[in-house]
Design a protein around this ligand. Sequence first.
Ligand SMILES: [Zn+2]
Length: 51
Amino acid sequence: MEEIIYACKEHVEMALDDIVNDEEKAPVITKIQQEKKCGYCNEPAEYEVKA
Ligand SMILES: [Zn+2]
C-alpha cells in the first residue's frame, strides 16, 4: 500500500524515519505547492514523503 506523509521542513526527517520503518524501502521526497498540513504539527507542509 502506498503511504504519503505531508511534512513541514522541521518534521520531514521524522516523516522519512516513519516511512522507512513502516515500508522498509527508500522514501521519495517531493517539494509540494499544494496547501497541505504537516502530519506532525499544524504548520503548512512543504514536502510530500512517499513510500
Ligand atoms: Zn511539522
